[in-house]
Ligand binder design. Structure first.
Ligand code: NAD
Length: 502
């Protein structure tokens, strides 16, 4: 098995990614050993920019999943009682290795999901942050001593690790979102079986290699690659104690049903349809830039996309003109080029889904404000699955463009009259992940942020993230919170202990 320092051997070199051998066969990580799947079956990755296949990745079946869960169960007996300081030191070493290999990790993700190199570099740095932060946080994690109302007794609480965590990740920020689960889980003393997205398995395997090099003991971290059926086998395995999932609301709902029958703990980070609300008194230049960021960041393939643009009628034309101009300056191109803001959509199904919404917008009679071209119709783009940043006016509240998560660079523009109107429109979807307010009126900012049905509210900013600030959704956007001090508690059980003292 190669070490992290010998990144990826090249025999059948890729022109764009010379560090990658297109014919390389990857392996599962089970009980500290790299191993093929029992069936020997593999699948291939695609580079969404040039549409070429690369890598052979194992399809883990139910028996591979069982081996991984057994290994994690076994490792739990020692990892759960390993001193927090030791666990934290290993996570710190892992963080350091992530930073040393940041470029490889970022480029691998670009090769897998076509997101821009700038975005993937930032996201990879945040993985190292998570490892460090949760390692440090676990050092101070203790229960509490309580004075019971019952005379003759003392009581205290312990926060104990839950057991084996099943972590299932999406493709749109494969390592960043995995880090939000992996590191609090390990820091709190749990072991883990990871199922990365079938679109982005190799970057996760490489991250795990760094973990092994950092000193993660055998069985503490296991990786099973494969499609949704591999994830389903993991979710159904009786040996897991908690499911931490990021992905679509549909898959999250199916997982929640299975988990509910077994009373499994869950953290679910699901879809979104974020509203950015621009009031007439806002800094309109900053707000219009943010509206553009909200739809183009991550090529719109972001749960935190600000894909509903709510603009107060008094400044509607002015703001939409500014947005149209700024959208025209967004550079579409090779995701490896640091100047590119928009890359290709991550997969053929994703491209088809997004272009299907462009067709739907025409069928719905939505007025096109900007963009609207896709594939070979995008000027200057000879290759790949690109969609221009696109805006539609969607005054009709029944419009599906306005209500459904498109997960591409497509925004729905909606005018509003006053604060009540804005809040009602912002709260009209089933989602409740992120929302934004642009206003100079501090009282309104406070009032409106309380009334928005959203797990995160950004005021006069957008897409601000920090490892120590919680993130998560209301309504159909999820259950539980990731990041922040409370995230460690999502990976522990509280036990109350009583002592009769006479
Ligand atoms: P997805 O639901 O299709 O897949 C997510 C993961 O679940 C993949 O690893 C997939 O293989 C696995 N999976 C599929 N079917 C399964 C099953 N029946 N049982 C267990 N696992 C199964 O989602 P996706 O397309 O990979 O990701 C995009 C979605 O993720 C979007 O809806 C986006 O909003 C959401 N997302 C949410 C957040 C958040 O923090 N709330 C962050 C990023 C992405």
């Amino acid at each position: 098995m190669m070490t992290a320092q010998q990144p990826i051997a090249a025999t059948t070199q890729s022109t764009r990614f010379p560090e990658v051998d297109r014919d390389q066969t990857y392996e599962l990580l089970i009980n500290g050993a790299w191993t093929p799947s029992l069936s020997g079956e593999t699948f291939r990755c695609f580079d969404p920019y040039d549409d070429l296949e690369w890598g052979h990745v194992p399809v883990a079946g139910a028996e591979d999943v069982a081996r991984a869960v057994d290994a994690a169960r076994h490792a739990f007996t020692t990892w759960s009682v390993t001193p927090a300081l030791t666990r934290s030191s290993i996570l710190n070493r892992w963080a350091q290795l992530i930073m040393e290999n940041l470029e490889t990790l970022a480029r691998l993700q670009v090769h897998e999901n076509g997101k821009t190199i700038t975005e993937m570099r930032g996201a990879t740095g945040s993985v190292a942050n998570s490892a460090e932060y949760f390692g440090h946080l676990s050092l101070g994690a203790v229960g509490s001593t309580l004075e019971p109302f019952m005379p003759g007794h003392e009581a205290w609480t312990l926060r104990q690790p839950i057991g084996v965590i099943a972590a299932i990740a999406p493709w749109n920020n494969p390592l960043g979102l995995l880090g939000w689960k992996l590191f609090p889980a390990l820091a709190a003393g749990n072991t883990i079986v990871i199922k990365p997205s079938e679109i982005t398995p190799v970057s996760t395997l490489f991250l795990a290699r760094l973990g092994v090099e950092a000193g993660i003991p055998a069985g503490v971290v296991n990786i099973v690659t494969g499609p949704g059926t591999t994830g389903a086998a993991l979710v159904k395995h009786p040996g897991i104690d908690k499911i931490a999932f990021t992905g679509s609301t549909a898959t999250g709902g199916a997982i929640a049903e299975i988990a509910a029958r077994r009373f499994l703990r869950t953290t679910l980070e699901l879809g979104g349809k974020g509203a950015q609300i621009v009031f007439a008194d806002a800094d309109l230049d900053a707000a219009s830039s943010s509206l553009v960021t909200g739809i183009v960041a991550g090529t719109g393939q972001a749960c935190n996309a600000g894909s509903r643009l709510l603009v107060q009628r008094a400044v509607y034309n002015e703001v939409i003109d500014a947005v149209r101009t700024k959208i025209g300056q967004v550079r579409i191109g090779d995701p490896l080029d640091p100047a590119s803001i928009i890359g290709p959509l991550a997969s053929r199904p994703q491209f088809e889904k997004v272009t299907g919404y462009l067709d739907l917008a025409r069928d719905e009679g939505c007025e096109l404000i900007a963009g609207g071209r896709a594939g070979r119709d995008v000027p200057g783009i000879e290759t790949g699955r690109f969609v221009e940043p696109t805006l539609y006016a969607t005054p009709d509240e029944r419009s599906r463009i306005r209500r459904e998560e498109i997960f591409g660079p497509v925004g729905a523009v909606i005018p509003f009259d006053d604060e009540d109107d804005a809040i009602a429109i912002a709260n009209e979807t089933e989602y409740g992940l992120v929302a934004g307010l642009w206003t100079k009126d501090v009282s309104r900012a406070h009032r409106a942020s309380r009334r928005l049905e959203s797990g995160v509210v950004w005021i006069n900013t957008w897409r601000a993230f920090s490892t120590n600030v919680p993130f998560g959704g209301m309504k159909h956007s999820g259950l539980g919170r990731e990041l922040g001090p409370d995230a460690l508690n999502e990976y522990t059980e509280t036990k109350s202990i009583w002592l009769g003292v006479g």
